[in-house]
Design a protein around this ligand. Sequence first.
Ligand code: NAD
Length: 488
Amino acid sequence: MQSGTDQEERLLRSVKTELFIGGTWRPSASDSTFEVVDPSTTQVLATVADATPADALDALQSASDAAESWANRSPRERGELLRRCFELTIERREELALLMTLEMGKPLAEARGEVTYAAEFLRWFSEEAVRAHGEYYLAPEGTMRIMTSRRPVGPSLLITPWNFPLAMATRKIAPALAAGCTVVLKPAELTPLTAHAFVGILEEIGLPPGVVNLISTSNPAAVTEPLLRDRRLRKLSFTGSTEVGRLLMAQAAPNLLRLSMELGGNAPFVIFDDADLDRAVEGVMVAKMRNMGEACTSANRIYVHESRVGEFSERLSQAMSSLRVGRGTEDGVQVGPLIEADAVTKVDSLVAEARERGARVLTGGRSFGPGYFYEPTVLKDVPVDARMAHEEIFGPVAPVFSFSDEDEVVALANSTEFGLVAYLYTQRLDRALRVIDRLETGMVGVNQGMVSNAAGPFGGVKHSGFGREGGFEGIDEYLETKYAAIAL
Ligand code: NAD
């Protein structure tokens, strides 16, 4: 499919690009818009409404007005609405996937996968909505009864990144709505179209006005700051960089907001001497190349036992060099562009620094255009203190390091302020269980390169943040426990 086909034009024209506040689409208060660009061509795809701080406060007012009646809807009713949303999202998979590919760049097959993954949060929390109950028990002294119930936190601000434009939104919206919270969604300015299309689905299923409000903006700092200060807001759920997460936590402190922080990663991928190398290469390809490496879960450092590192590096280079890079809408393309010019500059500088320090390029190592493309790259002999070992690469670059024993590799894996996910490949159960315990991360992939699943609790430790999305824990982020002490 070429840039600007009739199908693409029709799809882009069908997306409502205004703000969605109180159940109504409307322009920004300043009537301004901003452009959304296709990273594979650098052409403008569409313009969307650019919210002002006044629009954001209107959105919060709507969420606040709708809060009580939404909280009082029966859990079953809230669950059924989420279920309808799941079904319609799956029905619209092709449109949502194409839109995501156009604005974000990922290949269509991956975009379809993201729609399915995103929809699973709607299905999972449609089922969890009816299970958010409390307890009733006798106090140990036998003098009173203890009754707990779970109440929605209240109006929540949801801020999402550009790399998974749909899944990061449903991973927050679904548990919030299931818990009985109303929300203001602020999508990333680089990829707002998918969020606009998804909110169109929420409107179509008949979600009551004000339950979900959408404010796209090119100036997130100015638009979210007054919300964080406002007493009507009770919760911030943020997915994005550690740097911005830290800033938002400070801004949220005076208002004592409940917080969920899904931040950056620097995942180690550890391949022990007894690993099945076929599976390990396959796993690295998934963990490294999903989303062109632009994932918080991306394998950032690949540690291979010294006895296997030669063979592994060769096989990984072969696999990486056979990937087809191009516009994500084209048949057979496996790797799309990076999100913007700055992303290419950053990846270029990380590779240049590693090379200057003695790393060898086994394949790739160059950017090309038009569009923000970077070749799938494998680097060997990377010094352990190279910048790319400590920063998120966020691109299709795989640095390979070698290690000699378990203690050494555990120390290397943990030598980062991040703690989101780690991967380990071994066929020994005792080693796997021991290393799972020793890794300072919120999640571990064992003999597989992907941990994401709506039924699993996704989240990090250390500077990767706190809070869990998905799993049984996901709804807790939007609930408070109320306790009543009842005299006998
Ligand atoms: P980012 O922090 O630049 O932006 C994330 C969101 O915050 C966007 O919506 C952006 O508009 C908004 N934002 C930016 N500055 C802001 C400010 N001053 N005030 C209010 N909002 C602001 O991150 P990004 O480049 O969009 O996303 C990539 C980052 O997200 C990576 O670090 C990645 O690891 C992380 N991420 C984490 C997870 C996770 O679950 N842990 C998932 C996906 C991405």
